[in-house]
Write a protein that binds this ligand. Structure first.
Ligand SMILES: *Cc1c(COP(=O)(O)O)cnc(C)c1O
Length: 370
């Protein structure tokens, strides 16, 4: 049926109070960024005669302690500018913890309630940090439930389900605007090999690897992107088999990374290579990191660093010079009763000693062994 109008229809929903609130909320988020400094690019020392430089982008120094500070800022700006986040209405997120810590901080900054939906296995320290920033935690038994429960809570409260696993890749400005990739390349500019041979990321949402890969391709660099995946994650198999329906039933032991389903923010086509890293090797690597740099990191940093060292070994074997970059994603003090606890390792049946010894031998000049 054709519609025939005798006169125009016109609905104006503009609301001066809401627009004032929105402007103030965006200003507060932007002002927070304006007060913040960039994170450091640390050198991880290797034997000088290898001619290979290894760098760690230390994302643990953000105000909320992880690379999720960048993501939370982007998601809040995206949600605000889309009109999705409304005064007085809660923001809800499905999270393995770090995102929720950062989002609780931004929710408090703009004065809206925040609810995190997380697996019951999330570290106690992260739950306390979320509560410290004024958020509340809704714990579920099965990590696969977090998406559904978040959507339901949002519907019940009239709030906004932030949905990092869908929106991480698009909320971030991948062309630049001081994203993590632009920052890494700016910090490498005076180094012997300013265009790294490889950048190794890990994947939770997949947003960080997507941003780095897109930026590298956009800038026409030769750098390759590797994603290191832990046990109990479907990303590796899904990527290798081109299977968007890949899934695993057990939750990842490496907090922040490894997912039960192929997340929409994970962009497989942008990635050159994936590695599956044993959890014991990831945890052994953060012990070695602590000895070398005097810094404790979360286990996902170990997953990335182990993979980066394996690439360094390969370059060394071929006599290639160059640089490799990976990330410190969050600090180790969140996991003292987990990755830094021998009792927890024993309970999990993880023996990190052979990996740790192999890494130490490698750093002392021996060939790589696994
Ligand atoms: C989220 C997270 C990652 C992975 O980052 P994504 O951009 O979500 O893929 C790695 N380590 C930790 C500790 C994280 O919280």
């Amino acid at each position: 049926m054709t519609e025939t109008l005798g006169s125009a229809l016109d609905v104006d929903r503009s609301d001066a109070d809401y627009r004032r609130w929105l402007k103030e909320a965006v200003r507060r988020v932007q002002a927070d960024a304006n007060r913040s400094a960039d994170t450091h690019l640390l050198r991880f020392p290797l034997p000088a005669d290898w001619g290979i430089d290894l760098y760690l982008k230390d994302e643990s120094t953000h105000p909320t302690g992880s690379l999720k500070h960048r993501l939370a800022r982007s998601l809040f700006l995206y949600g605000l500018c889309n009109g999705w986040i409304r005064p007085g209405k809660p923001v809800i997120e499905a999270s393995s913890g770090s995102t929720a810590v950062s989002e609780a901080y931004f929710a408090k900054l703009i004065g809206v309630p925040f609810i995190a939906v997380m697996a019951r296995s999330t570290s106690r320290a992260k739950i306390e940090l979320i509560e410290f920033h004024g958020g509340s935690c809704h714990l579920v038994d099965n990590p696969g439930e977090v998406y559904e429960v978040s959507a339901r809570l949002a519907a019940e409260t009239g709030g906004h389900y932030m949905d990092q696993f869908t929106y991480a890749e698009r909320a971030t400005d991948w062309r630049g605007n001081n994203n993590i990739a632009e920052s890494i390349f700016a910090q490498l500019s005076l180094e012997p090999h300013p265009e790294p041979s490889w950048i190794v990321a890990t994947a939770g949402t997949g947003g960080t690897s997507a941003t780095i890969a897109r930026y590298v391709h956009y800038q026409q660099f030769d750098t390759r992107i590797c994603v290191a995946d832990p046990e109990n994650s479907c990303f590796f198999a899904g990527w290798v088999n081109h299977d968007p329906d890949a899934s695993v039933a057990t939750g990842s032991r490496i907090e922040g990374i490894g997912r039960p389903r192929m997340e929409p923010s994970f962009v497989p086509g942008a990635i050159d290579r994936m590695m599956k890293v044993p959890d014991a090797a990831s945890i052994a690597t953060i012990r070695v990191l602590e000895r070398v740099l005097g810094k404790r990191a979360g286990a996902s940093s170990g997953t990335g660093l182990w993979s980066a060292l394996r690439i360094v070994a390969e370059m060394r074997r071929r006599g290639e010079r160059g640089s490799v970059v990976t990330l410190i994603c969050d600090p180790g003090d969140r996991y003292l009763d987990k990755y830094y606890s021998d009792a927890w390792l024993a309970e999990q049946g993880l023996d990190i000693t052979p990996h740790q010894e192999a890494l130490e031998r490698f750093l002392a000049g021996a060939a790589w062994s696994e």
